[in-house]
Ligand binder design. Structure first.
Ligand code: BGC
Length: 415
């Protein structure tokens, strides 16, 4: 840690830290590169520009943010930390521990963040009692998106149970359409896995296996059944799925080439960006079997220590992100829900209203859990161990038994 701080100090002594930045500019590293994501981010750019803050964009594509995190590390090591970085869960806490982040306590106190941001989010926005990140949104991963016209044409109702869901997809496949639009990338396989674990084992099992990392749960029959179900899904994707980006999979559902996509609610941003209306053109429903539970992730802007001349713009950005107006403008476009508990659902569409109601219910019933795929269940090393096994199983011929054994062992070795 000391070494890293030393390198940063050298970087700013050489003037590296201020190469990109002048007063009134924020340099922002993020992975919001799809059509819907870029549109949502545009809301932040224009809000800041209206306050005289210019935007230096550093996009690094790749859902889940692994590639963005790699770029970040090399930037920080060379003394060129960006002003703000889109970041999730345990990664934020890791950077807090490195001691290279900004202190947002002043703006947080002035604007009363403690009172309006839910505890589940504060857990990742603060390190050692200090606000180090500005929470932007709340997403969740246990969603399915369906093409309404195609489902009507095939006389398929929104499935309530896992077996109904599989039956519906078999029917789609038999009719010559793609049942499940999916992109074979590790983070997408893991995103599907989040929902399957919840649908198969319920909240207590999800917590035990993916948050407490309990060996008994990891090696249980329930986990074996989770992998059996992943294998069922593998039989319902098309042949061209390897490597496909998530937004191209969304496009298959949008265009009616495929019936369903299992993806976080950022997928809704793609439907909206294509001019589609929930309830009319597409349906959103929870991964069948996981109704009542919310597997969440929250994108936050982790703020890095910057030169005095860049601090003003950084604080303006933090303040803008938490403002009620921005929360509505951004989240209605992005597919996520606000991070403030004092915002009405009036401006949100049917899926957004459902997401907000589901979240309230999950907080009340204690069925809100962090997403493993998106960094809110366990630290990065465990997440990447899980990615490896889930993706090797999904893309290969590994049996459920082998997958269970490998998952439990590689999670144990990740510490
Ligand atoms: C982020 C979303 C983003 C998605 C795909 C997730 O990790 O939380 O905001 O839209 O990745 O890029």
């Amino acid at each position: 840690m000391k070494k890293l701080v030393g390198i940063m100090a050298l970087g700013s002594a050489l003037g590296l830290g201020s190469v990109a930045g002048q007063a009134g500019e924020v340099e922002v590293l993020h992975w919001w590169t799809s059509g819907g994501e870029a549109k949502a981010l545009g809301e932040l750019k224009s809000t800041l520009e209206s306050q005289g803050v210019s935007w230096k964009d550093m996009p690094v594509a790749g859902g889940g943010g692994s590639s963005a995190m790699t770029v970040l590390r090399s930037r920080v090591m060379s003394g060129q930390a960006p002003t703000a970085v889109q970041m999730m869960g345990f990664d934020i806490l890791d950077w807090g521990q490195e001691g290279v982040v900004a202190n947002l306590n002043g703006v947080a106190a002035e604007e009363g963040w403690d009172a309006v941001v839910p505890a589940a989010l504060q857990k990742f926005a603060k390190y050692d009692g200090q606000w180090i990140a500005a929470p932007v949104n709340i997403h969740s991963t246990n969603w399915v998106w369906g093409n309404k016209a195609l489902l009507s044409k095939l006389n398929i109702a929104v499935p309530e149970s896992w077996n109904d869901f599989i039956e519906a997809m078999e029917k789609v496949k038999a009719a010559g359409f793609v049942a499940l639009a999916h992109g074979g990338q590790a983070w997408q396989d893991a995103t599907v896995f989040d929902g399957v674990v919840m649908a198969t084992g319920g909240v207590d099992f999800y917590r035990k296996a993916l948050i407490e990392l309990d060996q008994e749960a990891l090696t249980s029959d329930t986990m074996r059944q989770v992998f059996d179900r992943m294998r069922q899904l593998r039989g319902l994707v098309d042949d061209n799925f390897p490597g496909r980006d998530w937004n191209l999979a969304s496009a298959m559902v949008i265009n009616g080439d495929a019936a369903f996509q299992m993806m976080g609610d950022w997928a809704k941003g793609e439907f909206l960006n294509a001019g589609k209306v929930p309830g009319t053109d597409f349906v959103c429903f929870r991964t069948p079997g996981s109704q009542g539970a919310v597997v969440f992730n929250t994108d936050q802007f982790a703020m890095f220590e910057v030169d005095a001349e860049r601090q003003d713009a950084q604080l303006k950005m933090a303040s803008a992100v938490l403002s009620p107006e921005f929360q509505v403008a951004f989240n209605t476009v992005k597919g996520s829900v606000p991070v403030r508990t004092d915002i009405s659902d009036e401006a949100f569409d049917a899926c957004g209203k459902k997401a907000m109601a589901d979240l309230r219910e999950a907080v009340t019933k204690d069925t809100l859990v962090g997403s493993m795929a998106h960094g809110h269940a366990a630290p990065a090393a465990v997440k990447s161990a899980l990615y490896d096994v889930v993706t090797a199983h999904f893309n290969g011929t590994m049996s459920s038994d082998e997958a269970v054994t490998q998952l439990a062992a590689s999670i144990q070795n990740a510490f």
